[in-house]
Design a protein around this ligand. Structure first.
Ligand SMILES: *Cc1c(COP(=O)(O)O)cnc(C)c1O
Length: 465
């Protein structure tokens, strides 16, 4: 049977999905009971399911569809490139125009001194590249023992063995033998959940200084790099206190530890600048990119590398690369995406129009009795749910229960918000208008009201002891 159209009944599609499709980060047996929601098409900030529901996508797909769905410029770029040259590799002394043009464009957009691009097919792959690249860099500099990398608990850098090890998700480490040796994790700067009675600034400083302690414990001569997201995304949109990044920068400078800024979510306008490193005042040696690079229209990622590291790596044969490194169709789509971003002044739209309206809507939602605060940076935000607002308390029941209930009620109100534990995550397309943000607010408020009522009725608003 051919299943290439949306014409099959939803139940039939769900049955085939359950029979043959293993979903990522999913308990597939549970999903089978429920039936996966079948998404059939999308336009602007709305996705449509097989039942005809118009759902406002406040997650931009998976933090990536920054210029919205249905953009003809990207469709045309892909079509043209497929006709001209659908594939060629960049391994054996060959190159092609899309990879050249995209690398040059990224060097132009990136902060000063970051002028070289190693392409990958995804963010995970790019972080695997980074791990090998920083170790190779120090080995070539005559310091092969300077190979340890420090990441953060609850950081997210992807799902391959290397990237999953750099990340600090304990539920991922529990499966498949991660983290691999030579990777260490310090605590995250999550003031809302872990700050206790400390002031945010003091807490931010203390968490940054854990990096210094870890470097001294391992010996600075053994530490290659520190990797972090400027603002944690998948961990729950955790915006570090203002004291955090300047102290991290000071420590990395002092001990000659490279900084890998994972810009997979923060990059390409999400925080109001081209890169989150600019927003947070970080001077990275390597930036990981993916997601918003192509607005999710084609799978592409990469590492933007500083002159110093590129100088060393370019002098040797770096025995690393992917069949699809710099894939011409993906690169052409990414270029078209960056052109739209610039032609339509998407950053100006974010800073002058979307982010102010987004902030206003979220501040209103943060007043809800079920919401314990607001984490916000540009166009990424999270609302932690709590049974006790003032105490920033956690629920007595299993973590994620309330978040899951709220996500289901968002769906029921035609809104996509993701939950990370008991935090609701919002990361809409950057081109969202104030009118669409008003729709988001109305639906989110309904979902919060519904969730609050269900929790109350079920006597589930108990505080953890
Ligand atoms: C999504 C993500 C990744 C992984 O990217 P994939 O394309 O899913 O491999 C890496 N880092 C961050 C910060 C991400 O959000």
């Amino acid at each position: 049977m051919s299943v290439t159209s949306n014409n099959l009944p939803t139940a039939e599609l769900q049955a085939l999905d359950a029979a043959h499709h293993m979903h990522p980060f999913t308990t597939n047996d549970e999903l089978k009971e429920r039936g996966a929601r079948v998404i059939t098409q999308a336009k602007g900030v709305y996705i449509q399911d097989s039942e005809g529901n118009q759902i406002l996508d406040a997650m931009a797909g998976l933090w990536c569809v920054n210029i919205g769905y249905g953009r003809q410029e990207l469709i045309d770029a892909a079509t043209r490139q497929m006709q001209e040259l659908p594939f060629y590799n960049t391994f054996f002394n060959t190159t092609h125009t899309p990879a050249i043009a995209l690398a040059a464009e990224l060097a132009k957009l990136a902060p000063e001194g970051l002028n070289h691009v190693f392409f990958a097919g995804s963010g995970s792959e790019a972080n695997d590249t980074n791990l090998r690249m920083v170790r190779t860099y120090w080995a070539e500099k005559g310091q092969p023992q300077k190979s340890n990398v420090i990441g953060r608990k609850n950081g997210y850098h992807g799902s391959t063995v290397g990237a999953g090890s750099l990340g600090g998700m304990s539920y991922m480490h529990a499966q498949g033998g991660m983290p691999i040796p030579g990777i260490h994790h310090i605590n995250q700067p999550d003031w809302w959940a872990e700050g206790g009675d400390q002031k945010p600034d003091a807490f931010g400083l203390a968490r940054a200084q854990e990096l210094e302690a870890k470097i001294l414990e391992l010996g600075a001569e053994n530490v290659a790099a520190f990797i972090a997201e400027p603002v944690q995304g998948a961990g729950g949109v955790i915006v570090p206190p203002a004291t955090y990044w300047p102290e991290i920068q000071r420590i990395c400078d002092k001990y000659n530890v490279l900084i890998i800024a994972d810009e997979v979510i923060c990059g390409f306008g999400r925080t109001g600048n081209w890169f989150g490193s600019t927003t947070m005042g970080i001077k990275p040696h390597i930036m990981t990119i993916a997601k918003g690079l192509s607005s999710g229209y084609a799978p592409i990622g990469g590492s933007i590398v500083c002159d110093e590291i590129a100088g060393v790596i370019n002098a040797i044969e770096f025995n690393h690369g992917y069949t699809y490194s710099g894939h011409p169709v993906c690169a052409a789509v990414a270029l078209a995406n960056l052109r739209v971003m610039q032609d339509e002044n998407v950053l100006e739209h974010v800073n002058n129009v979307a982010a102010p309206a987004f902030k206003e809507a979220l501040e209103k939602l943060a007043e809800h009795p079920l919401v314990g605060g607001l984490n916000l940076c540009g166009m990424m935000a999270s609302l932690p749910l709590t049974p006790h607002k003032e105490a920033r308390a956690k629920f007595a029941m299993d973590e994620g229960t309330a978040g899951f209930m709220c996500r289901e009620r968002c769906f029921a109100n035609n809104l996509v918000m993701r939950h990370v534990g008991d935090r609701m995550i919002i990361s809409p397309p950057l081109v969202i208008t104030p009118e669409e943000i008003a729709v988001f607010h109305t639906r989110a408020k309904l979902a919060l009201d519904d969730t609050y009522k269900a929790l109350k009725d079920g006597d589930m608003l108990k505080v953890t002891s």
